[in-house]
Write a protein that binds this ligand. Structure first.
Ligand SMILES: NC(=O)C1=CN([C@@H]2O[C@H](COP(=O)(O)OP(=O)(O)OC[C@H]3O[C@@H](n4cnc5c(N)ncnc54)[C@H](O)[C@@H]3O)[C@@H](O)[C@H]2O)C=CC1
Ligand SMILES: O=C(CO)COP(=O)(O)O
Length: 328
């Protein structure tokens, strides 16, 4: 919709024929965006070759579980001059790879060419043209600037960032904390608890992100704090909603079948749990959430475990030398 509003011809590729017909004939996509009339510049097809014919840019927004398969289908039609942007928030669960790595492997191109678009941007609000800010990052900065120029419009403001790893990792990991925030709300805990989860959640995703090669300051930006706040507080968030139902005592299977949409934080909790063990980095909130999701731990017991941890200092995130330099 953002691109179609800039008078570009946008072709959506879908596997679903009835969704294709609904978009082409009625300019609606009622299951995902009820009550919205889409731009006539947006058309849909189930034929990948047709979707890619003459394209200058391709935007991949499949769920993390489907990205490799979708990128593989793109490969025959992708050409070196095409801009490749992805907005998927997760990792490949089997390999623990970032999404840009998966896409570049399947397209057979340099990873530097892939751009990630991330930040606080619920589709339900973007499609209504509510002011939204996002960030694009790529190892090759010229590709990020191309994406910035492509997407920027009066209600969609795009920043660049050179920290590809940080933007990708922050966008994926915030979903874990949003699940936890939903769970806290579902348990009936108040605003203090949610603020604590967001703050200490940010601390642990920054800690692991830095170990994975991210710039810690990226986590203070749109892909970090920005998206964490929107995902942990918005009624549009699937991760928050799934967490809420778990907090109310519903079982994971029941929650997932009632959602009917992807809840990336569930798979990402598994990935982060594995990575934190590999890198020997503490992620206490993720650890408790993992046990609730996959080991049937009662959410209240998880909160008690978090509150009862050994006493800590808040200064661990900032090295003493950095702090002392700032303090002079
Ligand atoms: N919904 C939002 O506001 C935002 C979503 N994202 C990210 O975008 C990604 C996708 O999310 P949504 O579109 O919201 O999920 P969704 O669950 O609403 O829709 C996913 C779509 O992908 C299709 N799909 C699933 N497997 C497929 C496959 N193998 N091949 C082709 N199509 C397949 C489904 O049929 C469905 O139409 C996620 O990583 C999410 O975190 C990022 C920013 C905002
Ligand atoms: O990432 C998002 C908004 O920026 C979407 O979050 P949910 O997947 O929780 O709906």
């Amino acid at each position: 919709s953002v691109l179609a509003d800039k008078e570009m011809d946008v072709v959506i590729w879908t596997r679903n024929e009835s969704q294709r017909d609904e978009i082409n004939q009625l300019h609606h996509n009622d299951r995902f965006l009820p009550g919205v009339t889409l731009s006539p510049n947006l058309t849909a097809t189930t034929d990948m070759q047709e979707a890619m014919n003459g394209a200058e840019a391709v935007v991949i927004v499949a769920p993390s579980a489907a990205v490799r398969e979708v990128a593989r289908q793109l490969r025959p039609y992708w050409t070196e001059d095409m801009l490749v942007v992805h907005a998927t928030k997760g990792f490949e669960i089997e390999s623990l790879k970032r999404i840009s790595t998966v896409i570049s492997e399947e397209l057979g191109c340099d990873e530097g060419r892939i751009v990630v678009l991330s930040g606080p941007s619920h589709a339900e609000e973007v499609v209504k043209r509510c002011p939204t800010t996002v960030v694009v990052a790529a190892l090759d900065e010229s590709q990020a600037i191309r994406a910035q120029d492509l997407f920027m419009n009066p209600y969609f403001r795009v920043y660049t960032n050179r920290d590809m790893v940080g933007v990708e990792v922050a966008g994926a990991l915030k979903n874990i904390i949003a699940l936890g925030a939903g769970m806290s709300d579902g348990l009936g805990f108040g605003d203090n608890a949610k603020a604590a989860l967001l703050t200490r959640g940010l601390a642990e995703i920054t800690r692991i992100g830095a170990e994975m090669g991210a710039n810690p300051l990226t986590f203070a930006g749109l892909a970090g704090v920005g998206d964490l706040v929107v995902t942990a507080t918005s009624r549009h968030s699937r991760n928050w909603r799934a967490g809420y139902m778990l907090g109310e005592g519903k079982k994971l299977d029941t929650v997932l079948s009632s959602m009917g949409m992807v809840v990336e934080g569930i798979r990402t909790t598994k990935v982060a749990h594995t990575i934190s063990r590999k890198l020997n980095v503490q992620m206490p909130i993720t650890q408790q959430l993992y046990q609730v999701l996959f080991e049937d731990l009662d959410p209240r017991t998880a909160v008690e475990a978090l509150m009862g941890r050994d006493k800590k200092t808040e200064m661990e995130l900032m090295s003493i030398e950095t702090w002392e330099t700032w303090h002079k």
